[in-house]
Design a protein around this ligand. Structure first.
Ligand SMILES: *Cc1c(COP(=O)(O)O)cnc(C)c1O
Length: 358
């Protein structure tokens, strides 16, 4: 697909941009450009442009605003040790994007077009990498139904867009352990639902329990399964791993209710290479507490693109709290985090071919 480049009439001045890049935070600063590709049923994907980032004009009847046909991805471009730029497993994001599209009755986009769109944006906004240590360019590809139509059926028109947001080190000093709240009255997903799709609605549904977690003095909420309210699923946007003292690591299985994280998949491979036995199996909230208390469980980690690998320190519920290990980052959590960040930044040998140089 040919991408047309539209010149930016007034790009951000270099000094203003560099000042912003010294402390970018997360999700509030955006680069100058965006990629837009249109889809119309019968015509397919067309009109790919790399142009100035600007507000969209939408018909108020656009079906995304009513029936929420929307999916997204979250990925990062990293500056390498040698100064070059790279993506981490972008073909996995492209594949998952299409899996999400299937579930939401949206058109698939060819994987090479998805990746090319991301590459084009990174190329045009290559001066938007944060100068801070641990910084990266967070990329947000997304697709939504743009057809103006109020009937309930899959839309016939869509837009695929990629925007970029410079991101600082998610954690400024060290990696603090998170305190998590066990969701009581809410679930995130049910079998047969949309839990495995990266769609905005899952996040909308997680906001009330997340706010409840904050009110309880926690950072994040952990969801249990919808049927028995017993099996641990995941956090609002991160997958979980439970590290046992006998060298086994448990992570909840992909049964359709949790998001198949690319970080999760990468960690499973790295753990197995460490000689640990990873078991994808159900693990209950009661077992978690019992294993922490008996000393059988050493560490719990949460993982996702934004925060990479994060220790879970304390778990709270109306029945009380329990603290994992010393409440800080465990040995394996720290080691894996360093290994993965090292691969992403070109410091550690990429024996898996996970890094795509740009
Ligand atoms: C995106 C996401 C994750 C993490 O996926 P990564 O590919 O590792 O970034 C985990 N859970 C949910 C609900 C997510 O949306």
């Amino acid at each position: 697909m040919e991408f047309k480049t539209l010149p930016h009439p007034s790009p951000t001045a270099a000094d203003a941009r560099d000042a912003a890049l010294a402390d970018p935070g997360f999700g509030t600063l955006f680069s100058d450009h965006m990629v837009v590709i249109d889809y119309v049923e019968g015509k397919g994907w067309h009109n790919a442009t790399v142009g100035p980032r600007k507000a969209l004009s939408l018909d108020p009847a656009s079906s995304v605003l009513h029936y929420a046909q929307e999916i997204f991805e979250g990925m990062k471009a990293y500056r390498q040790e040698d100064g070059g730029l790279a993506l981490f497993r972008p073909e996995e994001n492209a594949r998952r994007f299409n899996d999400s599209a299937d579930r939401m009755a949206m058109p698939r986009i060819p994987e090479d077009v998805f990746i090319e769109a991301v590459r084009q944006l990174v190329a045009v906004d290559r001066d938007w990498f944060p100068s801070v240590d641990g910084g990266s360019l967070y990329l947000r590809p997304f697709m939504f139904a743009s057809e103006a139509f109020l009937g309930v059926r899959p839309a016939k028109e869509y837009k695929f867009i990629v925007i970029a947001s410079p991101a600082g080190n998610y954690f400024k000093s060290g990696v603090p352990a998170v305190k998590i709240w066990v969701a009581q009255d809410y679930v995130r997903a049910v079998k047969g639902g949309t839990g495995a799709a990266k769609t905005g609605g899952n996040y909308a549904a997680s906001l009330v329990p997340q706010a409840e977690a904050i009110k309880k003095g926690c950072d994040q909420v952990v969801f249990l399964d919808a049927v028995e309210r017993k099996w641990i699923e995941e956090l609002g946007g991160m997958n979980l791993f439970f590290v046992m003292e006998d060298g086994t690591v448990i992570t909840p299985p992909l049964t359709g209710t949790i998001l198949p994280g690319i970080t999760r998949n990468s960690l499973i491979q790295l753990l197995r290479e460490e000689g640990l036995s990873v078991r994808e199996e159900l693990y209950s909230i009661d077992q978690w507490k019992a294993d922490v208390e008996s000393g059988k469980l050493l560490e719990t980690m949460a993982c996702g693109t934004a925060a990479v690998v994060t220790p879970v320190g304390t778990v709270a519920s109306p029945d009380g709290e329990f603290t994992i290990g010393s409440g800080g980052p465990g040995q394996l959590t720290s080691k894996l985090r360093e290994r993965l960040v090292g691969i992403q930044r070109g410091i550690v040998d990429d024996s898996h071919g996970w890094v795509m140089r740009l």
